[in-house]
Design a protein around this ligand. Structure first.
Ligand code: NDP
Length: 295
């Protein structure tokens, strides 16, 4: 039976370290990190995410600025708000919750956010910096995956990693981060041939395809570490939905060395890494060294 990688517990510890660093920053430099979250429309999942992000921001001792705009907000109005937040010294991080309504060009809005305040790490300049190995704000879910892997494995150098998925928010950035940590990385996607065979070569498998329980036990090399990013709601057969990952947990647990559960694995790391990015962004903006305790 494999070790369960407890993302919930790790994220709690990280949030506590962030809260301590926020207290120190405010005592020593009289600065309180501020995170602005912008929600356009009434997407129910986005509303839950925004509520959780704001609550955890406040719990970490940071200032939370929440902007809830109606679904018919124009692109011009949204860009105007982003520009105001870019220029507001109390705001160190800006997150525009995606997806945006269809009449707004997401890419345009994301690229309007000041690079230094782009705590989602989706600005094209931060994406570029990540790919050429420069310091940047790194997307939260991929950063969380790497923290869990480093905690479990220590040095990742020389490991063979397979990432299933090539999206801009998970697959590509997690692959870039694994490369930065000197893994030999294969990026798999829907056109990859013989995916089970490709995965069997890996010491690390990161599953981010959005396909419920796709990864089976015979895809995994005994002892490999498996990070399941997928969050899929499936019918539990009792008229209720239940959350599953991209990995067939029960089966893969017999083979893998360690494995993240869903829920309670990567998911809780995402908001913790958003707070971490907000603290990093604040420190860089005010010229204070980023504390080692959140590395
Ligand atoms: P996308 O739909 O944007 O990308 C999915 C990727 O998986 C694509 O590159 C696609 O390939 C690939 N893929 C799809 N089906 C297969 C298949 N059968 N075999 C191999 N590759 C396949 O999804 P996201 O990256 O946004 O999200 C992935 C999962 O992670 C989702 O379940 C999502 O809910 C979850 N997620 C979880 C987060 C968290 O906080 N834990 C945060 C973000 C996402 P191709 O490019 O060829 O189409």
């Amino acid at each position: 039976m494999s070790e369960v990688i407890d993302g919930k517990k790790f994220a709690e510890g990280l949030r506590q370290r962030i809260a301590q660093a926020v207290t120190d920053l405010s005592r020593q430099h009289r600065i309180t990190p501020g995170l602005a979250v912008v929600l356009v429309g009434e997407n129910p999942a986005s509303q839950v995410y925004v509520r959780n992000k704001s609550r955890q921001t406040r719990e970490a001792g940071m200032e939370s600025f929440e902007f809830r705009l109606s679904a018919d907000t124009s692109e011009h109005e949204l860009v105007g708000l982003v520009e105001r937040l870019n220029n507001d010294p109390k705001v160190h991080g800006i997150l525009v919750q995606l997806p945006l309504p269809g009449h707004i060009a997401e890419e345009k809005v994301v690229n309007m956010i000041s690079v230094e305040k782009d705590v989602d790490g989706f600005h094209v300049e931060n994406v570029g910096k990540l790919s050429i190995g420069e310091d940047s704000l790194v997307p939260c879910t991929p950063a969380g995956c790497i923290m869990l892997l480093k905690d479990r494995l220590g040095d990742l150098s020389g490991k063979r990693a397979v990432v299933i998925g090539r999206s801009n928010i998970v697959g590509k950035p997690v692959s870039m981060l694994l490369l930065r940590h000197h893994c030999t990385v294969t990026i798999a996607h829907s056109r990859t041939r013989n995916l089970p065979e490709v995965c069997r070569e890996a010491d690390i498998v990161v599953a981010a395809a959005g396909v419920p329980e796709m990864v089976k036990d015979d895809w995994i090399k005994p002892g490999a570490v498996v990070i399941d990013v997928g969050i899929n709601r499936v019918d539990s057969g009792e008229g209720k939905g239940r959350l599953v990952g991209d990995v067939d947990y029960e089966k893969v647990a017999d083979v893998a060395g360690a494995l993240t559960p869903v829920p309670g694995g990567v998911g809780p790391m995402t908001i913790a890494c958003l707070l971490r990015n907000t603290l990093i962004a604040t420190c860089r903006q005010v010229g204070v060294t980023v504390p080692d305790c959140i590395a």
